[in-house]
Design a protein around this ligand. Structure first.
Ligand code: BMA
Length: 312
């Protein structure tokens, strides 16, 4: 009998749960959604929507159970705004949502894309109807960023993924006001050679605060003769000094296996940008883009994930 790898995440039987066919206006594809729970328990996905120019914008979809009966805004919720923010000329992508109790607002950190390359932009919102745009907070080439839900010491903290001469690694940066960022620290480096996460890694969803540390799910990109494979790994970071890595999985824990993950606009991609935690305080709903074409859901247990990480 073939050795079965323990599955930390179970795919939903209705996957993919959202596709372009569900959209109330013409679009090419929907993928890589940010996610959050609103105060009334509604699941909100802020979906990356690609139009038929190839440019992306963000549109909110709301559901009482986080699985079906999605109410989708009938126009872009957060369109690119190149008139005021030229760095958004080719669209905005891959939002990560963090609720920030101190501000009583949601922080949406997203990729702004233009001829200068991808950079990191920030907007705050109370209701996902109006947004306060901060513009670009990290210049190109940088993406895969999310804000922490509260200050670390006196400073706001953010994970992001600049691209440097030695590869694409995850960094921490700090800010007194969400606009000016510094004290940059390397957080997690891509591995080398034949590793599944060689040369290029990046944050998936915002870090998850647990009693044992910040649980981080990151993607790793393996370049092969037939293209890249995007898979997910786990790591844990110190609560007070989040750039301090406590644990890191050697093996990937989730990868493209189903047809909707293996075939699409970009084959072999699973790309989560958001999660919600169920009322039991343990079940994690991971929302991910599948093959840059549709949106899928997989669930796991935070306690099981932490337990696995201790031995792997
Ligand atoms: C990454 C990001 C994602 C995308 C992935 C696979 O670099 O741009 O938005 O899903 O590539 O194409």
């Amino acid at each position: 009998m073939k050795y079965q790898h323990p599955e930390l995440f179970q795919r939903h039987q209705d996957n993919p749960i959202l596709t372009a066919a569900d959209w109330p206006y013409p679009v090419h594809s929907v993928f890589n959604p940010g996610a959050t729970l609103l105060s009334d328990g509604t699941t909100l996905l802020l979906c990356r929507v690609e139009d038929r120019r190839g440019h992306s914008h963000l549109t909110a979809a709301r559901s009482a159970n986080g699985v079906d009966e999605w109410q989708i805004d009938d126009r872009p919720t957060l369109p690119a705004c190149p008139e005021d923010f030229p760095e958004e000329l080719w669209g905005i992508e891959d939002p990560r949502i963090t609720y920030v109790p101190e501000l009583k607002k949601y922080a949406v950190v997203y990729t702004a894309f233009s001829s200068s390359g991808p950079g990191v932009a920030l907007a705050l919102t109370e209701d996902f109807h109006t947004f306060e745009r901060f513009g670009m907070i990290m210049p190109p080439e940088d993406k895969d960023a999310a804000l922490f839900p509260h200050r670390i010491g006196n400073h706001w903290a953010m994970i992001h993924r600049p691209v440097g001469a030695t590869g694409a690694h995850m960094w921490m940066s700090y800010s007194p006001d969400l606009r000016h960022w510094g004290s940059h620290k390397l957080m997690l480096a891509a591995r080398k050679g034949s590793w599944w996460d060689a040369n290029k890694i990046g944050l998936c969803m915002p870090p998850i605060e647990t009693s044992e540390g910040w649980l981080v799910i990151h993607h790793g990109v393996r370049q092969t003769a037939s293209g890249a494979i995007y898979r997910l790994g786990l790591s844990l970071f110190d609560l007070d000094t989040p750039e301090r890595n406590l644990k890191r999985s050697d093996e990937w824990v989730f990868g493209p296996e189903k047809q909707y993950e293996q075939f699409g606009d970009v084959d072999n991609v699973v790309f989560p940008c958001g999660y919600t935690i169920a009322p039991d305080g343990d079940t994690i709903n991971m929302y991910y883009g599948a093959a840059d074409t549709s949106i899928a859901l997989a669930t796991g247990s935070v306690q099981e994930i932490l337990k696995w990480l201790k031995t792997h």
